[in-house]
Ligand binder design. Structure first.
Ligand SMILES: O=P(O)(O)OC[C@H]1O[C@H](OP(=O)(O)OP(=O)(O)O)[C@H](O)[C@@H]1O
Ligand SMILES: Nc1nc2[nH]cnc2c(=O)[nH]1
Ligand SMILES: [Mg+2]
Length: 164
């Protein structure tokens, strides 16, 4: 399989993620009231929890989708749809994910809940048209490293990176 073309790396700390998820909650509060949140697993669960806390939403369900093996994209596979929430066509519901990249995950979930409001913390240009509200855009060749996927370790000085 060809290497994914991610030339840039964008590490995100817990504090940054918390701040950006809260900024997303500020954008969403005036567009409500919301009947509930559908979090896209797994990455959407962390921002969904923060947004649920800020908007005082206690009705939360999941759509379980898998589309990446680390940086290699596969077809988006739905492991579980919306079950308990009775969200119908999605009217009045919020769908939350951590990011949109190619937009394939968003496309699949939007088909399930066409009238829901789709919100993410981060967006790349290819997925941006599929999102109703997002906070931060990064370029398509950037890989976002979420705090749950990384740990503190030695970092090469920039000058050394230039030499290699
Ligand atoms: O716009 P796309 O190209 O579809 O990519 C975006 C999706 O990819 C990641 O999920 P992933 O499938 O890696 O699963 P995870 O959330 O369980 O880590 C991310 O959390 C989004 O859900
Ligand atoms: N962690 C992470 N998962 C992704 N899935 C699709 N794009 C990305 C990305 O940039 N970072
Ligand atoms: Mg995901």
């Amino acid at each position: 399989m060809a290497e994914a073309p991610f030339n840039k790396h964008f590490p995100v700390s817990w504090e940054e993620l918390h701040r950006n998820a809260k900024a997303l909650a500020w954008r969403l509060i005036d567009r409500g009231p919301w009947k509930g949140i559908i979090a896209i697993t797994r990455g959407g669960m962390v921002p969904a929890a923060i947004i649920a806390r800020e908007l005082e939403i206690r009705m939360i369900d999941t759509v379980c989708v898998s589309s990446y093996d680390h940086q290699q994209q596969r077809n988006a596979t739905v492991l579980k749809g919306v079950e308990g929430a009775n969200a119908g066509d999605g009217e009045g519901w919020l769908i939350i994910d951590d990011l949109v990249d190619t937009g394939k995950t968003a496309e699949v979930v939007r088909k399930m809940l066409p009238k829901a409001h789709f919100a993410t913390v981060y967006a790349k240009p290819a997925g941006r048209p599929l999102v109703d509200t997002f906070i931060t855009e990064v370029s398509q060749d950037t890989w976002i490293h979420f705090p749950w996927d990384i740990e503190l370790q030695f970092s090469q000085p920039i000058a050394k990176l230039r030499q290699s």
